[in-house]
Design a protein around this ligand. Structure first.
Ligand SMILES: [Zn+2]
Ligand SMILES: [Zn+2]
Length: 304
């Protein structure tokens, strides 16, 4: 199960974040990307031993270097399937809607792909059989597998690289589970995430940023799976598995050099141009440390 993620809601109408493809259309060769990996390695922290309860203390993972990824013949968003669709589902406050819109903007920059926000669907599309009150905690929940199978799959756009529902409702994936942050089906290209457990975006500015960062991490981690990126076991990296909130908060939103090379190869992105677009987003939205990391990465890429 590709558990994990969050999500949210909506915005009437359709918003499109076009991608600037200037000089990025062709993408870099695997050899050029290998050189990029070496330049960026010093900026990234090795993963080290898992703590008690962490993902890798429970799950055995094979890991995946850039070279192994290429041999795996990954699914990539090239050709006809190149648009990321965001499907708001249910009611959202104005602030929550802003989280969804900003996350969609961020995903476009992260994956170098156009992102389209579809018209919001009401929660009434979910029948009673796919809802419950959590037996232990009492909150209302929606069945994540129903959303993927019965809401998203039947209306998957032909040009979708990924079709992702965002909801403010809490999710559960089936029997024996209390909840999931989100869930994705790599093969079907659909996923759902909830922002329910991401904190209160209507609190302070710091609370808003926390909710946004958590939502963006989940959205980009799960979409990375859709492009055949496996869990990372080498570095502190957005593609590491997370077993609990403290662990996912500990992970950076950035990709380690190996995972970055996979993404740049899959999406034909230029690493420096991508870091510039991310730096612009982080600066505009008050993520100073993240903006600074982008600048240091660009500097490292400039070195001969
Ligand atoms: Zn994962
Ligand atoms: Zn990684």
């Amino acid at each position: 199960m590709f558990n994990f993620l969050y999500l949210y809601l909506l915005a009437a109408g359709i918003l499109v974040f076009p991608v600037l493809l200037s000089a990025e259309g062709a993408g870099m060769s695997p050899e050029a990307l290998e050189k990029i990996i070496e330049k960026l390695r010093p900026l990234h922290e090795k993963l080290g031993q898992p703590k008690f309860g962490d993902w890798l203390s429970i799950h055995r993972e094979p890991g995946q270097t850039f070279d192994e990824y290429l041999r795996y013949k990954p699914i990539t968003p090239q050709g006809k399937r190149h648009v990321i669709y965001v499907q708001p589902l249910g009611d959202f406050t104005g602030t929550q809607r802003r989280i969804v819109t900003l996350t969609a903007d961020f995903m476009g920059r992260y994956f170098n792909l156009p992102v389209e926000i579809k018209e919001t669907l009401p929660l009434s599309v979910i029948p009673a059989k796919a809802r419950r009150t959590n037996p232990a905690w009492g909150m209302k929940q929606v069945l994540s597998t129903y959303i993927m199978e019965s809401v998203l799959k039947p209306s998957l756009p032909k040009d979708a690289a990924a079709y992702i529902a965002f909801t403010s409702s809490d999710l559960w994936p089936g029997e024996d589970w209390n909840f999931v942050f989100g869930q994705a089906s790599v093969r079907e290209r659909v996923g759902v995430w909830s922002i329910y457990r991401n904190g209160d975006p209507d609190g302070s500015a710091a609370d808003f940023r926390m909710c946004l960062l958590r939502t963006m991490k989940t959205a980009t981690h799960e979409t990375g799976h859709m492009f055949s990126m496996l869990h990372c076991i080498l570095y502190q990296c957005n593609m590491c598995g997370s077993n609990h909130r403290e662990e996912s908060d500990r992970r950076p939103i950035f990709l380690c050099p190996e995972c970055l090379a996979k993404l740049c190869w899959a999406t034909r992105s230029d690493p420096a141009a991508r870091y510039k677009k991310l730096a612009d987003f982080f600066s505009k939205n008050g993520f100073n440390a993240e903006a600074e990391f982008c600048r240091r990465s660009i500097q490292a890429l400039d070195l001969e």
